[in-house]
Write a protein that binds this ligand. Structure first.
Ligand code: PLP
Length: 391
């Protein structure tokens, strides 16, 4: 008998371990029936066109729907030639690196940042340089300094990669003043911003702040969005909004010229699902479930963690970031935590070159509230079992 789990990248395997290290959605919340309906409807409607090479920029019904949707929850509506589909944010970043960087360029990377974006960038002959962040996210003064440092060393800073809204791993969102300052600094320095906007729709308290892209009149920002977090990671469908010249460059590039639009079949299914109204229903369901899970985890952390731990409250996204009292090394704490039946990702994973050794990231989307509360209690026990200076 065929084991259906063999088609998927595996998540947590040990039933005795509550693993808050994986940044995955809960499989029980994925829209299986809605996808069945959307696939049938898309095939009925698009027929053999759905099985052909797709238009390079993506299927028009999806692009039209995206423009209206983005106009409703971001600072401005993209024009028809300012948006295209992508294979999700991982593939979009890879493609931006292909077309907008040269070997030896410096890419500025906020720290901490999404650890697997670092992997994508390190696959290239690029130099990565840190830009520091604080509780409010990426610091404009640190961006200024990083650009000056590059110039001083005779290097070319080509782009900044950042996650300014519901950051992975910290959950921080930049306020409007920082957003404007960062776009201005990049424009003055002549560098691009690769804005990773993957969590925008998963907001639990208030509307997300406007994207950097929506504040940019000068073609500085290329904003990557994705259906991974709101519909399903397996679709590999996302989108990019950027100046029409940047979009044109990608649409005319060799990859799309040869293969047609990214993941055309899946993009057509997403178009049908979005047009049916089921996207809205799914996002509402996820927001309610994830808000409840975030709150359950935060309450339990407050009840179970020893004094001195600083827990950041995220307004959206997937993650809670915790800073532990001085001297606590979370890479070593992980062994004790796993012996107590829970797991997490140590903070150092999210830095380029040192930092975050006393911090950790918890994901609150994969497990139900009861399991999250149990994980927080186990983490508290692990911390009490290993005093800071010995951890
Ligand atoms: C900040 C960030 N960017 C990108 C991704 C991956 O996005 P996609 O599935 O669209 O490639 C993730 C997934 O965890 C993420 O947290």
């Amino acid at each position: 008998m065929f084991d259906p789990s063999l088609v998927a990248l595996r998540g947590p395997l040990d039933p005795n371990l509550i693993d808050l290290g994986y940044g995955y959605p809960d499989p029980a919340l994925l829209p299986v029936e809605a996808m069945q309906r959307a696939s049938a409807e898309a095939l009925r409607r698009f027929g053999s066109n759905m099985l052909s090479y797709g238009a390079n920029a993506g299927p028009t019904p999806l692009l039209d729907w995206l423009r209206v949707r983005l106009g409703g929850y971001d600072g401005r509506t993209p024009a028809p030639d300012e948006v295209m589909t992508t294979p999700g944010n991982s593939g979009a970043l890879d493609q931006l690196l292909t077309l907008f960087t040269q070997p030896g360029d410096v890419i500025l990377v906020e720290s901490p940042t999404y650890h697997l974006a670092i992997r994508v960038m390190r696959d290239r002959p690029l130099e990565l340089a840190t830009v520091a962040a604080d509780e409010g996210g990426l610091r404009p003064d640190a961006l200024d300094e990083a650009i000056s440092r590059c110039m001083h060393n005779g290097k070319c800073a080509r782009a900044l990669y950042c996650v300014p809204t519901f950051n992975n791993p910290t959950g921080a969102s930049l306020d409007l003043a920082r957003r404007k300052a960062i776009v201005d600094i990049a424009a003055r320095a002549g560098i691009l911003i690769f804005e990773d906007d993957v969590y925008r729709e998963l907001t639990y308290d208030a509307p997300a702040p406007p994207s950097l892209w929506s504040l940019d009149e000068r073609g500085v920002v290329l904003r990557m969005g994705s259906f991974s977090k709101t519909l399903a990671t397996g679709l590999r469908v996302g989108w990019l909004t950027a100046h029409r010249d940047h979009i044109q460059r990608i649409v005319d590039g060799g990859l799309l010229d040869s293969g047609g639009g990214h993941n055309h079949f899946a993009a057509c299914v997403v178009a049908a699902l979005c047009e049916s109204g089921e996207y809205e229903t799914q996002v509402d369901k996820l927001r309610a479930a994830y808000r409840e899970r975030r709150d359950a985890l935060l309450d339990a952390l407050q009840a179970h963690l020893p004094a001195g731990c600083v827990v950041r409250r995220p307004g959206g996204g997937f993650f809670v970031w915790i800073e532990l009292p001085d001297g606590t090394n979370t890479a070593r704490l992980l062994l004790t935590a796993e012996a107590h039946g829970m797991s997490f990702l140590p903070g150092s994973r999210f830095f380029l070159d040192g930092g975050g050794e006393d911090a950790l990231r918890l994901c609150f989307t994969l497990y139900a509230p009861e399991a999250l509360a149990a994980a927080a209690s186990r983490l508290g026990n692990a911390l009490r079992a290993t005093p800071a200076q010995n951890v």
